[in-house]
Design a binder for this molecule. Structure first.
Ligand code: AMP
Length: 129
């Protein structure tokens, strides 16, 4: 069965897109640790990051770096953190999280955003790419 992220790639379920190439997609996390929390994924559906072939892994990191630099410009924060977990969705994703305190990195406290907030922040990050 296709992962929820493959369904986002296929346009079967909605997302707040930040960046897209032929092989990668960046979109906002729907339950963000902080405003601007973004996921970068390869379009190829692979469960675990270290199972990616080396070229895709390297290109994912390059794509994530570009998106992270745009997030840092778009969202007031001390720095952008990068985390890979994957216990919830079995489709490789890199979490890029604007960090101000350690709490923002912990996945315990969540930011509550309205649809308008998601749309505005996705647009703002995109504008810095
Ligand atoms: P994990 O697999 O533990 O790295 O976490 C998966 C992440 O995907 C969580 O932070 C979820 O909030 C996020 N997520 C799950 N479904 C969606 C969705 N439909 N759109 C955006 N983010 C999602």
């Amino acid at each position: 069965m296709a992962s929820i992220f493959s369904k986002i790639i296929a346009g079967e379920i909605p997302s707040y897109k930040v960046a897209e190439t032929d092989d990668f997609l960046a979109f906002l996390d729907i339950n963000p640790n902080a405003k601007g929390h973004t996921l970068c994924i390869p379009k190829k559906e692979v469960d675990k990051i270290f199972d990616l072939d080396e070229a895709t892994y390297t290109e994912l990191m390059k794509f994530s770096r570009k998106v992270a630099i745009a997030i840092e410009k778009a969202v007031p924060c001390k720095r952008v953190g990068m985390t890979v977990i994957g216990l919830e969705v079995p489709h490789v994703h890199v979490h890029l999280i604007p960090l101000n305190t350690m709490e923002d990195a912990r996945f315990t406290s969540k930011a509550s955003l309205k649809s308008d907030d998601f749309e505005a922040i996705a647009k703002r990050i995109s504008s810095y790419l």
